[in-house]
Design a protein around this ligand. Structure first.
Ligand code: NAD
Ligand code: ZN
Ligand code: ZN
Length: 339
C-alpha cells in the first residue's frame, strides 16, 4: 500500500510502498478514504515531545474509511461500516480510569499515528472497540477533522465549567480553534477569539465569534478585561507558549482555563493571582468514546462543519510546513481514496 512514513525526526515524510497490515485479533482493517492533518502530526514528526514515537511510523489520527476485513473475534463491526481511527487508539479497559469512563486518562493507552501506525496510508488497522463510528450522511472529508480537532475542543468546552450566555475565549483559531468556536456557539456561549493571523480571525468571525483580537498587534489580556471584564473560561488551542502565558489573565474571577494546545515548553503562572482570583487551570486530552459520539452527532446534524482544504497524500509535507509556519486556515484533509 502507499503510505507517508516518518523515518527521521524533523525530516520530510517519505511517500512510498509498505506492506498492507493484517488485522490482529480484535482489530479491523480499514481502507482509508480521507485523513485530516493535525498539528500533533507535526509534533510527532518533529519529535517535539518528551515521549517520542518509535521510528519509522505512519502518522495520522483523523483517518476515516470503510472496514474491509475483520480480525478474529470482532463482532461489533461489520465489513463495509465507515469508521475513524482516532488518537485514542485503545486503552486497557481495566484500570480505575477505564472503569469510570475516563479512558483518555488510561496509563496504558495507545495513540493512533504515534504509538501505532496511523491514517496517512491507504490502509490502517485499529482495535474494533475504540474506532469512531461515522454517522450516515457525514462524508469522510468532513468527518476526519471531527475525530481529533472536533472531539478535543468539544470535550475541552465540556470541562470548561461555563454555561449558556457566558463568555469563552478561544485562543488559537486553527484546526482545533475553528471547530471550538462552532461547538461553543452550539452550547450557547458567547465567543471571543485570539489569534496572530488576520485571515484566521476573519474565519473566526464568519463562524460566530463576536469579538476577535490579534495578539501580535494588541494585548489580548487588556482587550478581554476591557471589553468583557474577563471571560468565564479560556480554551487554549494555540501552538505558542506566549498564548499560554496570557491565558489566565483573560479570565474573570472564578474562571477556568482549559489547556489543549501542546507546544513544547512551559509557562509561568502567578500563584497570588491564581489563589486570590480563585482560578482553575486544567489540561484536557481528546475525548472518550462517548464524547466522540456526541461530537460526531453535532457534525452529522450540520451544526458544526469543518472548513477544509482538500489535498492529496503527496502534499503531506507541504501541509506540515504550512502548519509549522501558521499559514494553514481551517483544516487540511488528505483525500486518500475516492468513494
Ligand atoms: P493549527 O496550527 O491548525 O492551529 C494553531 C493556531 O494557533 C493557529 O491558528 C495559529 O495562528 C495560532 N497561534 C499561534 N500563536 C498564537 C498566539 N500567540 N496566540 C494565539 N494564537 C496563536 O494547530 P491545531 O491542529 O489546531 O493544533 C493545535 C495544538 O493542539 C497543537 O499543539 C496540537 O498538538 C494540540 N492538540 C492537542 C490535543 C489534545 O487532546 N489536547 C488534540 C489535538 C491537538
Ligand atoms: Zn490531533
Ligand atoms: Zn485503562
Amino acid at each position: 500500500m502507499k503510505a507517508a512514513l516518518a523515518t527521521k525526526f524533523g525530516k520530510p515524510l517519505i511517500i512510498g510502498e509498505v506492506p498492507t497490515p493484517e488485522p490482529a485479533e480484535g482489530e479491523v482493517l480499514i481502507r482509508i478514504e480521507a485523513c485530516g492533518v493535525c498539528h500533533t502530526d507535526v509534533h510527532a514528526v518533529d519529535g517535539d515531545w518528551p515521549v517520542k514515537p518509535g521510528l519509522p511510523f505512519i502518522p495520522g489520527h483523523e483517518g476515516i474509511g470503510r472496514v474491509v476485513s475483520l480480525g478474529k473475534g470482532v463482532k461489533s463491526i461489520a465489513v463495509g461500516d465507515r469508521v475513524g481511527v482516532p488518537w485514542l487508539l485503545d486503552a486497557c479497559g481495566l484500570c480505575d480510569y477505564c472503569l469510570t469512563s475516563r479512558e483518555t486518562l488510561c496509563g496504558h493507552a495507545r495513540y493512533g499515528g504515534y504509538s501505532a501506525n496511523g491514517g496517512f496510508a491507504e490502509f490502517c488497522t485499529a482495535p474494533a472497540a475504540y474506532v469512531a463510528r461515522i454517522p450516515q450522511g457525514l462524508d469522510p472529508l468532513h468527518a476526519g477533522p471531527i475525530i481529533c480537532a472536533g472531539v478535543t475542543t468539544y470535550k475541552g468546552l465540556k470541562v470548561a465549567d461555563c454555561h449558556p450566555g457566558e463568555w469563552v475565549v478561544i485562543s488559537g483559531a486553527g484546526g482545533l480553534g475553528h471547530l471550538a468556536i462552532q461547538y461553543a456557539r452550539v452550547m450557547g456561549l458567547q465567543v471571543a477569539v485570539v489569534d496572530v493571523a488576520e485571515d484566521k480571525l476573519a474565519l473566526a468571525r464568519s463562524l460566530g465569534a463576536s469579538l476577535t483580537v490579534n495578539a501580535s498587534v494588541d494585548d489580548p489580556v487588556k482587550f478581554m478585561q476591557d471589553m468583557i471584564g474577563g471571560a468565564h473560561a479560556v480554551l487554549v488551542t494555540a501552538v505558542s507558549t506566549d498564548a499560554f502565558s496570557q491565558a489566565t489573565g483573560m479570565l474573570r474571577r472564578g474562571g477556568t482555563c482549559v489547556l489543549t494546545g501542546l507546544p513544547s515548553g512551559s509557562f509561568p503562572i502567578s500563584i497570588f493571582d491564581t489563589v486570590l482570583r480563585c482560578l482553575t487551570v486544567r489540561g484536557s486530552l481528546v475525548g472518550t468514546r462517548a464524547d466522540m459520539r456526541e461530537a460526531l452527532a453535532f457534525a452529522a446534524a450540520g451544526k458544526v462543519r469543518p472548513a477544509i482544504e482538500i489535498m492529496e497524500l503527496e502534499d503531506v509535507n507541504t501541509v506540515m510546513d504550512r502548519l509549522r509556519h501558521g499559514t494553514l486556515k481551517g483544516r487540511a484533509v488528505l483525500r486518500i481514496a475516492h468513494y
